[in-house]
Write a protein of this length. Structure first.
Lengths: 281, 274, 376
C-alpha cells in the first residue's frame, strides 16, 4: 500500500504527458490516410490549371462549376432525380427485405442457404454482359425511361445488402426476448414490431444507408434503363471520371456527397431518438 | 408446415424481384458462355484458360487480401470505438472513419491514381516535408494501389456494421473482464470479436462480392497484365464484341463468390443447429 | 399529410413527360462532346428550328462509350420506335451497326452529304458503310512529348524504339487495354515492323497467312515493353505525362488539345507523328433506323456538318481536324486559326503518316496476337 503511494508521484509527472502521444499519432496517421486522397478531390474541384512540377494547382477558380451547372446540362435535375430514385430504392429495398430477412433469420425455411446465395447474384456476376438483356427486358415492358424502371434496377442491386445485413441483424436479436413478449400475450406481429424490429433497427438503418449510397453510385443501369428521359448525376460522373475530366468528376462527386451525408445524419438522429425512447421504457 | 409456407411467402416478393429482373436476363449470358463460333462447347473457357488464368488468380488474391485487411482494420476501429477510454479520441475516430464511405468507386479510382502516383500528391507532400527525396519516390499504381483503394473505400462499410454490433453487446461481460484485469486487446480478441463474428463475416462477404464486380478501380489504377477479371471482361466486350468469353469470365467470378458465400453459410448453419 | 405527399411524389414520378419535337442525341466520347451539343450546336439548331429542342446524353469515352450505344440499339431492336435520333460513335462500331441493320441510310438526303469525298465516309474497317455515316471530325493519334526532357524528338518508330532503350521507363503507353491510343501505337508498330504488307492490313483482303507474319514485330514489342512504362489508359498516359513521370507517349490529338485547354497539361508540350504512320479514326454521325424524328435528325446532322459549323465548332472551338473535306472548311476560317491546327503536325505529315486502322479481321487478330505473345 505505502509502496504504491510512494511510487505514484514520480510516475504521475510523466504519464499524462506521454500517454496521448501514440493515440494522437495513430489518429493523425488515420486522418492523413483518409483526408489525403480527399484533399485531392477538393483541390481538383477548384483547380483550373494543375500540372507537374507544381504540387498544388497553379490557378484556382469556379470555371468548371460553371460548366457543370450550365442551364442546359440539367445538373440540378439530374441531382434531384438521383436523390428521388435513391430514396425510392431504399424504401423499396427495405419493404422487400425486412419481411424476407425476418423469415430467413427466424423461421424454418427450406433451402435457406440457397436463397441467401441467390441474392448475391446481381453483385457477383459483373454487370457488363447482362445489361443488354436487362435493357431489352425493360424496353419490352415499356419501363425504360421511367423513374420506376430505374428504381427497380437499383432495388435489384441493393437487395443484397438489405437482405444480408437485415438477416444478420434479426439473427442477432435474442429469441428469448421475443418469446418473453409472446408468453405475456403479445401476438406475433406485435412482438415483431415492439420487440424484434426496434432491436434490429441499427442494422436495418445501416443497410438503408448502403442501399442509398449504392444507388447514388449506379451508372450502367441508369444509363440503359433511364437515359435519355431520366438522367442521373452518376451518368455525368462516370463520363467525366473515365475520360480524365478530373475537375468535372470531382465537382460531381462533391455534389453527390451532400445528399449522402445528409441522409446518414438525418437517419441516425432519427434512429438514436427512437431507439433510446424504446429502450428506456 | 404452415410456418414454412409463411416463411416462403415473406421471402417471395424479394426473391421474385431478383429472379425476374436479373436472373432471367442473366440466363442468356449463362448460355452465351457455352456458345462459340463452332457451336455449343467449352471453347470460351479454353480461351479464358489460355489468356486469363493469371488474371483469375490475381483477382482472387487481391480481393482476398483486401477482405482480410478490411476485416482487420474494422475490428481495430470498432474495438477502439467500443473499448476506448478517451472520449475525445473516440469522438474524433467516430467522425473520421466514415468519410470514404460516401465516395463512389470511380472517384476513388481517380483520387487514388493522382494520390499514389510516382509524382502524385502523397509523394509530393512527403518530399516537401523532407521525409523522402525525389529519387526515392515510388509509384503504387499496381496491385498495391488496387488493394489500397479497395481497403480505403470498404473499411468504413464493414467498420460501421461491426461497430454497431459491438455497441449492441451486453457491457456486462466486458466490464467483468476489465475488473479482472484483462487488457483491452485481450478483451477485444477473446470476448468482443467472437460475439460479433456473424456480423463481421457478413460484412466481409458483402465486401468480397462488391470488390469482385468493380470495374472502375482496376481500370483507372492498373489496367495492365495482370489485371482483374472485370477489366478483361470489359476489354473482351469493347474491343472484340466477344460476349462469349466475357460471359465465361462472369461465370467464373460468380463461382468464386458462391464458393466463399457457401463456406460461410455452411459454417453458420452448423452453428445454428448446435 | 406525409402519405399524400409520398403518393403525389410517386404519381408524378411514374407519369413520365411525353417528348415533344425533341431531338435526342446520344454521343460517345468525353464530356466535351456533350458540352459541344449543349453549349453550341443545340442552341444553334433550336434557333433555326423554333419549337424544337435538343437534348444530349453522354455514354463515356473510348470504345466502351460506343459499345454502350451499340448495346442500346441491340436492346431496342425489337421495338418499332427507338429513343435515339442521332448517335455519335467511333468508326470501329459503325460496321457492326450497319451489318446488324440498325442504321438509316441518309447521306444522300442531306446537302452536306457531297462535301465529304474521302474513303473514310465510305468504308469503316473493311465494311461498306457508304450512305450511313457523316464524319463529325477526324481523330488522329500522335506521340506527345515534353520538349524540356526530349530535345530531339524521334521521327520514326525505329527511332522511338532506340530512344526508349536509351531512356528506360520514360516512354509510356497503355498496351491494348484501357484506351485506343495504345492500340493505335501497337497497330503502327505492326505497320512499321511487320513482315507483311501494311497496305493489305489497311484495305484487305483478309488472308490467314498474313497473321503469321507478325512474330518478329511482336517479339520486338515484348522487348520494348521491358523498357517502356505501361499506363492505365488514354487519360492515364496524359496523366503521367502531366506529372512528369513519362516524357513521351501516344495520345489522341483531340484529347491532347482538350487537356491543354482545360489546364491539365503544360502548354509547351508538343506532338510528333512518326514514320511510317499511326492510325486515326473519324467519329461518325449516324441515324438509327427507329429514330422517332428522322427528318429532324437529318437536319441536325446537316447543320453539324455544314462548313460554317465545322469551322466554328470543330476547328476553332476544339482545334480538331474537320470531318468533311478540308477544302470546304478552310474558306470559313482566318489563316491564323487554320495554321494553329497544324502547329505541330503539318498537312504534309498528315498526308504521309495519317493511316487508317487495319480492317476488322486483322484488327482483332493483332489484338489477340498481342494478348497471347506480348502480354502473357
Amino acid at each position: 500500500m505505502s509502496l504504491a503511494v510512494s511510487r505514484a508521484p514520480s510516475f504521475a509527472r510523466f504519464r499524462p504527458n506521454l500517454r496521448w502521444l501514440p493515440r494522437a499519432l495513430c489518429l493523425g496517421l488515420l486522418a492523413f490516410v483518409i483526408f489525403g486522397p480527399l484533399a485531392n478531390l477538393l483541390l481538383w474541384a477548384f483547380a483550373e490549371r494543375w500540372y507537374y512540377p507544381h504540387i498544388l494547382p497553379l490557378q484556382y477558380g469556379f470555371e468548371f462549376w460553371g460548366r457543370v451547372f450550365e442551364p442546359r446540362g440539367g445538373a440540378l435535375t439530374s441531382l434531384s432525380n438521383s436523390i428521388v430514385i435513391a430514396l425510392l430504392a431504399v424504401a423499396g429495398s427495405l419493404a422487400l427485405a425486412v419481411p424476407a430477412a425476418y423469415s430467413l433469420a427466424r423461421l424454418k425455411l427450406p433451402l435457406r442457404s440457397l436463397i441467401l446465395i441467390a441474392f448475391l447474384i446481381p453483385q457477383a456476376f459483373p454487370e457488363m454482359p447482362v445489361y443488354v438483356n436487362i435493357a431489352r427486358l425493360f424496353y419490352g415492358i415499356g419501363l425504360n425511361g421511367t423513374i420506376l424502371g430505374v428504381v427497380l434496377v437499383h432495388v435489384t442491386h441493393g437487395l443484397v445488402y438489405a437482405i444480408w445485413i437485415a438477416t444478420a441483424a434479426f439473427a442477432a436479436v435474442d429469441e428469448e426476448l421475443e418469446q418473453a413478449a409472446r408468453s405475456i400475450g403479445a401476438g406475433p406481429l406485435r412482438a415483431f414490431f415492439d420487440v424484434t424490429l426496434p432491436l434490429a433497427m441499427p442494422g436495418i438503418i445501416a443497410s438503408g444507408i448502403f442501399v442509398f449510397l449504392e444507388s447514388l453510385d449506379e451508372f450502367t443501369g441508369s444509363y440503359f434503363v433511364g437515359a435519355p428521359d431520366v438522367t442521373t448525376l452518376p451518368l455525368l460522373l462516370y463520363t467525366a471520371g473515365a475520360g480524365g475530366n478530373y475537375q468535372t468528376a470531382s465537382i460531381t462527386a462533391l455534389l453527390l456527397l451532400v445528399p449522402s451525408i445528409l441522409f446518414m445524419l438525418v437517419v441516425e438522429r432519427f434512429l438514436r431518438a427512437d431507439v433510446l425512447a424504446k429502450v428506456g421504457r | 408446415m404452415r410456418e414454412r409456407l409463411v416463411g416462403l411467402g415473406l421471402v417471395l416478393p424479394a426473391l421474385l424481384t431478383i429472379l425476374l429482373l436479373f436472373v432471367y436476363p442473366l440466363t442468356t449470358s449463362v448460355t452465351g458462355a457455352f456458345e462459340t463460333e463452332a457451336g455449343a462447347g467449352l471453347g470460351n473457357f479454353a480461351k479464358v484458360w489460355e489468356l486469363y488464368a493469371t488474371d483469375i488468380l490475381y483477382t482472387l488474391a487481391i480481393v482476398s487480401l483486401s477482405t482480410v485487411l478490411i476485416a482487420l482494420f474494422s475490428i481495430i476501429i470498432g474495438g477502439y470505438l467500443t473499448l476506448g477510454e478517451n472520449p475525445r479520441a473516440v469522438a474524433i475516430l467516430r467522425w473520421l472513419y466514415r468519410w470514404p464511405l460516401f465516395i463512389p468507386f470511380i472517384v476513388v479510382g481517380q483520387i487514388m491514381r493522382t494520390f499514389l502516383a510516382k509524382n502524385g500528391l502523397m509523394n509530393n507532400l512527403l518530399v516537401a516535408a523532407g521525409l523522402l527525396t525525389p529519387l526515392q519516390t515510388t509509384s503504387f499504381l499496381d496491385w498495391r494501389g488496387i488493394v489500397i483503394a479497395f481497403v480505403w473505400k470498404q473499411t468504413p462499410f464493414v467498420a460501421l456494421l461491426v461497430a454497431g454490433a459491438m455497441a449492441a453487446l451486453d457491457r456486462g461481460t466486458i466490464e467483468a473482464a476489465r475488473n479482472l484485469g484483462a487488457s483491452r486487446l485481450r478483451i477485444l480478441v477473446e470476448i468482443v470479436v467472437p460475439q460479433v463474428r456473424g456480423t463481421l463475416l457478413v460484412g466481409m462477404i458483402l465486401s468480397f462480392v462488391t470488390m469482385m464486380s468493380v470495374l472502375s478501380v482496376p481500370l483507372m489504377i492498373s489496367a495492365q497484365t495482370p489485371t482483374m477479371i472485370t477489366a478483361d471482361m470489359a476489354f473482351r466486350i469493347n474491343a472484340y464484341g466477344d460476349y462469349g468469353v466475357a460471359d465465361a469470365l462472369g461465370l467464373i467470378s460468380l463461382a468464386m463468390t458462391f464458393a466463399v458465400a457457401f463456406a460461410y453459410l455452411r459454417q453458420s448453419v452448423r452453428e445454428r443447429s448446435r | 399529410m406525409k402519405t399524400l405527399l409520398l403518393a403525389g411524389l410517386m404519381a408524378g414520378a411514374l407519369a413520365l413527360p411525353a417528348s415533344a419535337a425533341q431531338l435526342t442525341v446520344v454521343t460517345a466520347g468525353d464530356t466535351n462532346m456533350v458540352d459541344y451539343i449543349n453549349q453550341y450546336l443545340g442552341p444553334l439548331f433550336e434557333k433555326q428550328n423554333p419549337g424544337d429542342t435538343v437534348r444530349a446524353v453522354g455514354t463515356g469515352p473510348g470504345d466502351a462509350g460506343s459499345q454502350k450505344i451499340l448495346e442500346r440499339f441491340e436492346a431496342q431492336s425489337g421495338n418499332e420506335k427507338w429513343d435515339t435520333d442521332v448517335a455519335v460513335v467511333h468508326e470501329k462500331f459503325v460496321g457492326p451497326m450497319v451489318e446488324k441493320g440498325f442504321l438509316k441510310k441518309y447521306r444522300s438526303d442531306i446537302s452536306t452529304g457531297k462535301l465529304v469525298t474521302s474513303d473514310k465516309a465510305k468504308m469503316a474497317l473493311g465494311t461498306n458503310v457508304d450512305g450511313y455515316v457523316m464524319p463529325m471530325f477526324s481523330s488522329q493519334t500522335a506521340i506527345a512529348y515534353n520538349p524540356d526532357l526530349v530535345k530531339n524528338p524521334p521521327k520514326s518508330y525505329s527511332e522511338i524504339a532506340d530512344w526508349a532503350k536509351a531512356h528506360p521507363k520514360e516512354f509510356g503507353y497503355n498496351g491494348i487495354k484501357g484506351g485506343a491510343s495504345g492500340v493505335s501505337f501497337v497497330m503502327g508498330w505492326i505497320y512499321a515492323f511487320g513482315d507483311g504488307d501494311a497496305k493489305q492490313l489497311m484495305n484487305g483482303p483478309f488472308e490467314e497467312s498474313q497473321t503469321k507474319k507478325w512474330d518478329a514485330a511482336l517479339q520486338k514489342l515484348k522487348d520494348f515493353n521491358q523498357v517502356a512504362t505501361l499506363t492505365p489508359g488514354n487519360a492515364g498516359t496524359l496523366d503521367m505525362l502531366s506529372r512528369g513521370e513519362i516524357a513521351m507517349g501516344p495520345v489522341w490529338v483531340d484529347m491532347f488539345y482538350s487537356w491543354q485547354a482545360d489546364g491539365k497539361l503544360p502548354p509547351n508540350f508538343k506532338l510528333v507523328l512518326p514514320a511510317p504512320g499511326m492510325p486515326g479514326q473519324p467519329m461518325h454521325y449516324v441515324i438509327p433506323k427507329g429514330a422517332p424524328n428522322p427528318q429532324l435528325a437529318e437536319k441536325f446532322v446537316e447543320l453539324a456538318t455544314s462548313p460554317k459549323v465545322q469551322a466554328e465548332g470543330i476547328v476553332k472551338r476544339f482545334n480538331w481536324y474537320p470531318g468533311i473535306d478540308a477544302k470546304y472548311v478552310k474558306p470559313e476560317l482566318d489563316q491564323a486559326t487554320w495554321d494553329k491546327l497544324f502547329k505541330d503536325v503539318t498537312p504534309e505529315d498528315l498526308a504521309k503518316y495519317a493511316k487508317p486502322f487495319p480492317i476488322a479481321p486483322y484488327n482483332n487478330a493483332i489484338l489477340e496476337a498481342y494478348e497471347k505473345n506480348v502480354a502473357n
